[in-house]
Design a protein around this ligand. Structure first.
Ligand code: SAH
Length: 290
């Protein structure tokens, strides 16, 4: 096992309480310790050990030490604004088709959860530009991002994105802010042909408004809106059933493709699951005039 594989001083580690399941994100600072109500673990005792080690507090409580996955990291990192949850981050990653080398415009940066995912996916040859009006959020996000990824190609613009997007010929515009419909025209100007618009909003009226704005715009096509539900299961002996509790609602995603002006303003689609099925007649004519 190379030294790289072993936990080293200064890195961020997840400690999972093996009795209660509670998770703690800690930085292994030499000379300091993790304190719980059942004793403490000096960080020095973790340095040099492999991931997956069980550390025992001075009063016998057992904690599993692992490097956090990106999903675990975003759930536990310090938050200013509410983050986008991992199930939605995962969905955005593939449905907004974020990939290596792309230039992605984002707003706002919030706590940096989505930014972390975008940066990981665009990689060292890509670029993320994130607009954020609140300086304290920008600072917190920057700290969260650097603690996880080290130096990255990220530009945070301390600007109101509703006033416009400076960049041109970008591959993706990904929005998590209250009025994404105001960004439909600026995004049409910023996106390259074939580029993708993606907005995440928590309520139906917001999704409806952004969807309708995209469906009516001549430079966008294939607008679609959907949500994803993640239901955890309890699997313990004969008790195999859905968990009693779930996060029942987070938000809706609305996506559309930037097209040539004469190709847009049409073919707003039903949610992805419905493709290949007949349009639901009860919905009446959609923007496509079905
Ligand atoms: N996606 C982020 C959370 C974003 S919260 C995450 O996963 O961590 C929404 C953010 O948008 C807030 O930080 C807010 O300050 C910012 N914001 C709202 N309106 C904005 C605007 N017009 N321009 C730039 N940022 C804006």
């Amino acid at each position: 096992m190379g030294d790289e594989a072993l936990l080293h001083a200064g890195e961020v580690v997840l400690l999972v309480d093996l009795r209660r399941g509670k998770r703690h994100l800690v930085t292994l600072r030499l000379g300091q310790a993790f304190h719980s109500d059942r004793g403490f673990i000096p960080y020095d005792t973790l340095v040099g050990l492999p991931e997956g080690t069980v550390a025992v507090t001075t009063r016998g409580a057992r904690y599993l030490a692992l490097r956090p996955t990106l999903a675990e990291y975003v759930l536990e990192m310090p938050r200013g604004a509410q983050i986008i949850y991992p199930k939605d981050l995962a969905t955005i990653a593939l449905f907004a088709d974020i990939g290596p080398g792309q230039t992605v415009i984002e707003a706002g940066v919030g706590s940096g959860a989505l930014t972390l995912v975008l940066l990981r996916l665009v990689g060292p040859t890509g670029r993320v530009v994130s607009y954020e009006t609140r300086e304290e959020f920008a600072r917190r996000a920057q700290r969260n991002i650097e603690a996880r990824l080290g130096p990255v190609v990220l530009t945070i613009r301390p600007q109101d994105i509703y006033l416009g997007i400076e960049e041109r010929e970008v591959d993706r515009v990904v929005l998590d802010l209250p009025e994404p419909w105001r960004m439909v025209e600026p995004a049409a100007q910023a996106l390259r042909a074939g580029g993708l618009f993606c907005a995440y909003v928590p309520t139906v009226p917001q999704s409806q408004r952004v969807h309708e704005a995209l469906a009516a715009h001549p430079a966008f096509a294939l607008a679609e809106t959907f949500e994803t539900l993640l239901r955890p299961w309890n699997i313990a002996g004969p008790s195999v059933r859905p968990a009693h509790r779930m996060v029942a609602h987070t938000g809706f995603l609305t996506l559309a493709r930037r097209v040539q002006p004469d190709a847009g303003g049409s073919l707003g689609s039903a949610p992805p699951a419905a493709s290949g099925e007949d349009a639901d007649a009860a919905d009446g004519p959609g923007p496509e005039g079905a």
